[in-house]
Design a protein around this ligand. Structure first.
Ligand code: 5RP
Length: 235
């Protein structure tokens, strides 16, 4: 099998495993990204087959909302619920303490709101996302209100980061989030204390939210390739 096929199969398998953990009568946080998209698809298919009943989803992005509607998952809002049973979401990096960097899809602000509210938060990734130290392979996304971009860029440099405004692909100009804000991606040589850095960055005026998710994850489902086969591991 070609590498790209295997990577797709890993995402499908891990998405299916997460979808199989959903129980009837639940309120679900529905994450963003290519891996969670498969979880949303399989939850929808389980609903259509009658294996699941009475599911309500809270999407973490425009993408998740569109997919949920496409696969027939009834949606609700945070105003209408008093708890959330389970959230399923992807990640860009996962460290050995299950801390995450998220925001590759610029959806980390809504993702953090939803994922932290769930009684159980399951992260779905392929094994390439596992790192010893956060920040080693992925830049840290920071959502910023547009008028504050320049002072926030300067402040992030003072914190020792190398920040750059995220630019659109097939779109001239910067990426605009679902909330109408911009995203600064920051390279840190080392994120020694993710918990502290998460708070420090969020304390900069004009920052809405950053992509460090510390102490939030309950379960990580990892898709990995063994020879020509894919395997799902939990930690
Ligand atoms: C979006 C996210 C995604 O969950 C993260 O980027 C992982 O996406 P994928 O499953 O496509 O690799 O944080 O903001």
């Amino acid at each position: 099998m070609a590498d790209t096929d295997l990577s797709k199969v890993m995402k499908q398998e891990v998405g299916k495993e997460a979808a199989n953990r959903v129980q009837s009568n639940s309120i679900l946080g529905l994450g963003t990204g290519s891996t969670t998209a498969y979880a949303i698809q399989y939850i929808g298919e389980r609903l259509q087959r009658g294996e699941l009943q009475n599911i309500q989803g809270i999407p973490t992005s425009f993408q998740a909302e569109v997919l949920s509607k496409q696969y027939g998952i009834p949606l609700t809002t945070l105003d209408a619920i008093d708890h959330m049973d389970l959230a399923i979401d992807g990640a860009d990096e996962v460290d050995p303490n299950k801390n995450l960097i998220k925001g590759g899809g610029a959806a980390h602000t809504r993702e953090k709101v939803v994922d932290t509210l769930a009684d159980q938060f399951i992260v779905v990734v392929d094994s390439g996302k596992l790192v010893d130290k956060l920040g080693s392979t992925f830049l840290l996304p920071v959502e910023v209100i547009p008028m504050a971009v320049t002072p926030v860029l300067r402040k992030l440099e003072k914190f020792g980061g190398k920040p750059e405004l995220r630019m659109g692909v097939k779109k001239a100009g910067p990426v605009v989030t679902d909330q109408g804000n911009l995203v600064i991606d920051v390279k840190f040589d080392e994120i020694a204390n993710p918990r502290e850095l998460e708070k420090e960055i969020n304390n900069i005026p004009g920052v809405l939210e950053n992509g460090l998710f510390v102490g939030v994850t309950d379960v990580v489902l990892v898709g990995e390739v063994k020879g020509d086969q894919t395997n799902i591991r939990e930690f």
